[in-house]
Structures are given as C-alpha cells and as structure tokens.
Design a protein around this ligand. Structure first.
Ligand code: ADP
Ligand code: GLC
Length: 471
C-alpha cells in the first residue's frame, strides 16, 4: 500500500512539537511493515535543508485567487530518514525560516495544499491514501473530492489525524477564492460557524478521522473549541490511535546527548550521571529530587500555574526539592519564571528557548517530569520520560490518562492528579518527595518497570495500516 503523509512538521527537518515527532517516525515504521510511506512538507529554510542534498522532481503552477504561483518539489536524496521526504517550494510564500507565526500563514498553507494536490494529480500511479495531519492540511480532503482541477484524486482515500483541535485554521469567507474552483453545492463542507474552517472541513470530508488517543476523542465530544457537535455527529468514522515513540531517537542506551548510556539494569547509575551534569550546569542540588517541565509555555500546557506551583512547593516542603524548566511561549509566563529563578537560586532554574540536546539530558537526568496540561491530545513527553526511567507527574486528561497509571493503583508507576491548579501540583510534588526520600525501593522498582513498557510505534503503525485497509 502507498501512503502519502502531508504535514507542516517532520523531525528532524522541521519540528515545533509532537506533530514533528509523529510525522518523523510513523512513516518509517509503516515502511518497516512492508508498505511505502512518504512525507510531503512545505520547504522552510532549516538547517536540515542546507545540510542535505536534494533533487528536483517536479515543477508546476496553479491559480491562487487572482494570482498564479509556480512551485517546485524537491526530494531528499539519501533516504536516510527511512522514508522519502519531499519539500514543496513556493517562492516568497514557503521559503521562510520559521514554520508558523507569519501574518500570511493562511495563504502559505492553502497554496501549499493546492500545490500538493496538483502534483499528486499528475502522478501516473496514484497512492492509496493521502494522510493529512492537523488543520494546515485540512483543506486537502475537500479539494481531492470536489475541486475540478484535481479530478484524478477522486479514488484516493483521504485520512485525517487530529493532533490538536484547539487550532482550526479559520478563514473568513472573503477568502473564498483561495480554494480552487469547486462544485458550488458543496460549500457547506468547507464551513463551520460562518467561516471556512479547514479542521472542520477535514473531519467532514475524510473517509476516516483519527485522534492521537482514545480519551482525547471522548473529550472532543464535550470540549473541542466549538466543534463538539461535529465530533459527536461524525463519531462513526472517528477512532483514537495512541501515538508511539521513535525508539531509535529516544533510547537511553544509545542516546548521544547524555554522558552515560543506560538500560533498565543500569538505570540508577546512568540517571545519576545525567543528573550530575544537569545539576552542575544549572546550580542545583544532586541530593534532592529533581522535577522538570519541558514544553511550550502556553495555557494548554498549564504553564501559567508553574510559577505559583513551584513557589508554594518550595515553601511547603522546606526547599527539599529542585525544579528545572525548559521551554518558551507566552512572554508573561517566561518573565514570571525568570523572576522565580532569581528569587530561588539553587532551587529553581529556567532555560527559556528550544534545545533538543538539553531535552534529552533532562528526560535522562530528572527524577520526575511534570505535565499539568489542561489539554493533552496525546503527549509524547510522558512516554519519553518512561523510556528514560523518569516518573511522570500528570494531570488526568487525554493521552496522559491513557498512558500513566498512578503508583497507588495496581502496577502503577506514575503520579496523577485531577486539576490544573497550584494546589494539586503541590500535593503531587509532596508525593514525589515522599517517594524519593522514604520509598526508595518502590521508586527503583518503578524505574525498571517503566523502562520496560513498550510505547514504540510498532503497534500503532499497524493500527493505522488496518484502518487504511478498511478503505
Ligand atoms: P506538543 O506537541 O503539544 O507541544 P508533545 O508532548 O506531543 O506536545 O510533544 C512535545 C515535543 O516537543 C517533545 O518532543 C518535547 O521534548 C519537545 N519540546 C517541547 N518544548 C521543547 C523545548 N523547549 N526544547 C526542546 N524540546 C522541546
Ligand atoms: C499535539 C498535541 C500533543 C500530541 C502531539 C502529537 O501537538 O498537543 O498532545 O502529542 O500533537 O500528536
């Protein structure tokens, strides 16, 4: 079977979060299963682009509103990622440094989607499935079925994965001309709540819709940033498939970013080596439990409660705990955290920014990883933490609910709490401190147990293939 993944992110070429990790791994695992999976992305000016060799595979052009654009498609030559990676360049629109965050993002991603449809429309042998990820690719299922220019795609099955329904790519109807000419009776398939809504359109027009965990699918029926009724109505074609992790990239026994590699049998010494390096670098105390947060500093991740949760925990537990935060996001949260670091040197440190190597060192060297997320469709951090023997402390929501069992329950290995509040986090911190100082044997058992849980993509990649086969 041939599957084309279309996405705005793909690790290691371009990653802003978990979407990049998923699209950088799932196709590789699908290829291992004997299928042909490829990835098509917009071309950004990332380091990976300049460090690798590319060949031109196609050039074309399309009408875009009143304008005409030319595009070219290039392919990474070596296949070192385990799948063919294609980049679509549209001069002036896609060749930028960042992935998102430009005023004309709506134009950029719509033109990208048109170019993808136009290119595949020209293929002699069509793929079986076009698998689109998140709203940046959400107009493709509509275009494949109803735009006159892409008639050759009518027999290809569109599948769509919702990684995050908070963002929907809304477009005002005054931009109706962005979508190439289509069967006018079908306009309703583009709309939700009086706007063109790419995410809603994808849910309506795809043959199958997946969410990145089962619990998230249930939550979307009651809280989906306005799309609750749509998820309810379309539930027959929706299914939750939990993300996996790329065991080649996230492997403490081969990880190049940590000072000493380890596996479940050497976890205590291995983690200590990483913890020492972290504590040295960030002036923290290696004897105290180290709780870390890694992620976007935004409301969805409940990053706004971190300053108060950390401050009150340090007071409540007499400074017997250390915190380290890696992330960037809302400026108020960043500055509050930086202020906290000045107030509590030796107890708290903050790294504002993005660093893949530091994140690996933190998964390896931390004792606990905190995720108080308000919304967490799947969450990969907690699975990386498990793989590195770090106890996840998570709010019971979405994918966190599906992957973490509280250590108070049968075969539990994590810490769960119900509310994204400083009080609940403080209580969880208390339980972590108790585990660290008073229940060492249980903590050591948990570490080994967690490291042996298999969250690799093997199972989920098969589930996707079975889903495509139904089509
Ligand atoms: P989301 O995609 O919602 O941000 P996920 O848990 O699915 O959340 O994935 C986040 C991914 O981004 C993980 O690979 C995590 O390690 C990485 N990440 C997030 N923030 C940073 C950062 N500041 N530096 C390095 N990696 C980060
Ligand atoms: C989104 C979600 C996150 C998920 C990731 C990959 O960014 O916020 O929970 O893990 O997509 O599916």
């Amino acid at each position: 079977m041939e599957i084309i993944h279309v996405s705005a992110e793909c690790y290691p070429y371009a990653k802003a979060g978990g979407l990049g990790d998923v699209v950088g791994a799932l196709p590789k695992y699908q290829n291992h299963l004997g299928h042909i999976a490829k990835v098509v992305m917009p071309m950004y000016r990332t380091k990976f682009l300049y460090d690798n060799e590319w060949e031109l595979v196609h050039q074309g052009g399309q009408q875009f509103g009143l304008n005409w654009f030319h595009y070219s498609v290039i392919k990474e030559k070596s296949n070192k990622l385990g799948f063919d990676l294609f980049l679509v360049d549209i001069n002036g629109l896609l060749d930028r440094e960042k992935i998102y965050g430009y005023d004309d993002d709506a134009e950029r991603f719509t033109a990208f989607q048109i170019a993808v449809c136009d290119w595949i429309n020209h293929w002699q042998n069509k793929p079986d499935v076009i698998h689109c990820h998140d709203h940046h690719t959400g107009l493709i299922p509509f275009m494949m079925q109803y735009c006159f220019a892409f008639e050759n795609l009518r027999n290809v099955s569109p599948v769509f994965t919702v990684h995050n329904a908070q963002y929907q790519g809304w477009l005002d109807w005054s931009h109706y001309h962005f979508v190439p000419t289509y069967d006018g009776w079908r306009w309703g398939l583009l709309e939700w709540d009086k706007k063109i809504n790419p995410l809603a359109s994808a849910i309506k027009c795809s043959k199958k819709v997946t969410t990145v965990s089962s619990s998230y699918l249930e939550e979307l029926k009651v809280s989906a940033n306005g799309l609750e009724k749509l998820f309810e109505y379309e539930q027959g074609k929706c299914v939750g498939i939990l993300n996996g992790i790329d065991n080649d990239v996230w492997n403490p026994s081969t990880d190049e970013f940590i000072p000493e590699n380890f596996d479940a049998s050497t976890v205590t010494d291995g983690k200590l080596a990483s913890k020492k390096e972290l504590c040295n670098r960030f002036q923290l105390d290696v004897e105290k439990p180290l709780i870390v947060f890694i992620g976007r500093l935004v409301g969805e991740k409940a990053a706004d409660i971190l300053p108060e949760a950390i401050r009150s925990s340090i007071f409540e537990y007499n400074g017997n705990v250390n915190f380290l935060v890696l992330g960037s996001g809302e400026p108020e949260v960043e500055s509050e955290l930086n202020w906290l670091k000045l107030q509590f040197p030796g107890y708290v440190n903050i790294f504002i920014g993005y660093s893949e190597p530091l994140s690996h060192l933190m998964y390896a060297g931390a004792d606990f990883l905190l995720m108080p997320s308000r919304v967490e469709p799947c969450g990969l951090n907690q699975m990386y933490a498990l793989r590195y023997g770090t106890v996840p402390m998570v709010r019971s929501t979405g994918g966190l609910l599906d992957t973490v069992i509280d250590f108070g329950d049968w075969q539990g290995f994590g810490i769960r709490f119900n509310n994204a509040t400083p009080e609940d986090v403080k209580h969880a911190v208390g339980r972590a401190i108790d585990l660290f100082y008073n229940k060492k044997n249980l903590l050591f058992w948990m570490r080994e147990f967690m490291m042996n849980i298999d969250h690799s993509w093997d199972t989920s990649a098969k589930q996707y293939i079975e889903l495509y086969e139904e089509l």
